[in-house]
Design a protein around this ligand. Structure first.
Ligand SMILES: [Mg+2]
Length: 356
């Protein structure tokens, strides 16, 4: 993996975490209520200016750990080993009491515990869960489009089997791969690249509505309004992906502006900002992420340094080289999750109070 790809993969993983943490306090709030509760959005609103991450970052890290662990396995066996490993990580992740788990993901992990294998555990859903973990796949397997497609498919189907979910997850991986090139991507060139991989006319028409809107200079808010997301961006893949792409194509070089615009669209803000943060992070790298957003990320045991190490190992592991996986102590994770659950519950109660 060359230096540009290392820079991109580090920015992608850190960009996921920072976007996730910034969006978290706004998750599920409408555009209007969010502006009333947080008139200024220049830092974390979770805990006295400090931020914590959620399932979006955890799933990305667990998938990256699984890829590192089995990067030296040969051919088709590699994919099977990676997803068997990822499935075990998901099973134990559920035992660690994660706050705010998506319904399709919960049902799929219960199926995994019941004995279903990773390729049969998914449920029919077009939720945005798979899109939040697939960005780095585009950078990691970018030199081999068929492999990238197969990896995104497996990463999607472990929890979501609706083809819409796979189209969305692949679009994110492709966007991250193109952003990682370090050049500005025109809306037309992105659409053209996507058409080489996906031929579903409904999905392509939806993405064309994004690229046309960006080319015409329409604002992200007006575009979101036009696809029925005027109150907030829902967790449906066909709402999340068009809005993320619009914000990305409009703010490719400016992480701060991109993530702030994304969160201000309301709705599933932690996941939309995590996906967008991964794509823009792949372009700008760690240096392009505001330093105070990195230093105010109050995460443990998956600290900013830990995520950076994960990115380094991921970069070292490609292609097909052995690299030691990066572990976290499960007991530490359990303590962290109990603390996190208390914070999330406090935010839930806080929302019952004005301003409305
Ligand atoms: Mg989340």
């Amino acid at each position: 993996m060359n230096n540009q790809q290392k820079h991109a993969i580090t920015g992608c993983l850190l960009g996921t975490a920072v976007g996730d943490a910034l969006g978290l306090a706004c998750e599920g709030l409408s555009r209007r209520r969010q502006r009333k509760m947080f008139p200024v959005l220049n830092g974390y609103k979770l805990l006295f200016g400090k931020g914590m991450t959620s399932d979006d970052t955890e799933h990305t890290c667990m998938l990256a750990q699984s890829v590192i662990q089995h990067s030296n396995a040969a051919g088709d066996a590699q994919e099977k080993k990676i997803f068997s490993c990822f499935a075990w990580r998901l099973r134990f992740w559920l035992l660690g009491l994660p706050a705010g788990i998506g319904l399709a993901t919960l049902r799929s992990i219960i199926k995994l515990w019941m004995g279903f294998p990773a390729h049969r555990s998914g449920v029919f859903s077009a939720g945005n869960g798979p899109a939040m973990r697939c960005a780095f796949i585009g950078i990691y397997y970018g030199d081999d489009p068929a492999r990238m497609r197969a990896m995104v498919r497996a990463a999607t189907r472990i929890t979501h089997t609706d083809p819409k979910a796979e189209y969305g997850a692949f679009t994110v991986a492709l966007a991250a791969q193109m952003a990682a090139s370090g050049t500005d991507i025109t809306p037309a060139s992105f659409l053209h690249a996507l058409q080489q991989h996906i031929d579903n006319t409904e999905f392509i028409a939806l993405i064309q509505s994004v690229t046309d809107s960006v080319a015409q200079g329409q604002s992200c808010e007006l575009f979101a309004d036009s696809i029925g997301c005027s109150k907030g961006v829902s967790g449906y893949m066909y709402h999340t992906i068009p809005c993320v792409l619009h914000v990305w194509l409009t703010n490719q070089r400016d992480y701060r502006a991109a993530v702030t615009t994304m969160i201000r669209l309301g709705g599933d803000a932690d996941t939309t900002a995590a996906i967008l943060g991964a794509i823009v992070g792949a372009r700008v790298g760690k240096v392009g992420i505001p330093p105070e957003w990195l230093s105010d990320l109050c995460e443990w045991p998956r600290t900013v340094t830990w995520i950076e190490q994960l990115a380094v190992r991921l970069a070292q592991s490609a292609p097909n080289k052995i690299s030691a996986p990066l572990w976290v102590n499960p007991l530490n994770l359990l303590f962290r999750n109990i603390f996190f659950m208390i914070i999330v519950l406090m935010h839930g109660f806080r929302r019952l109070l004005p301003p409305y």
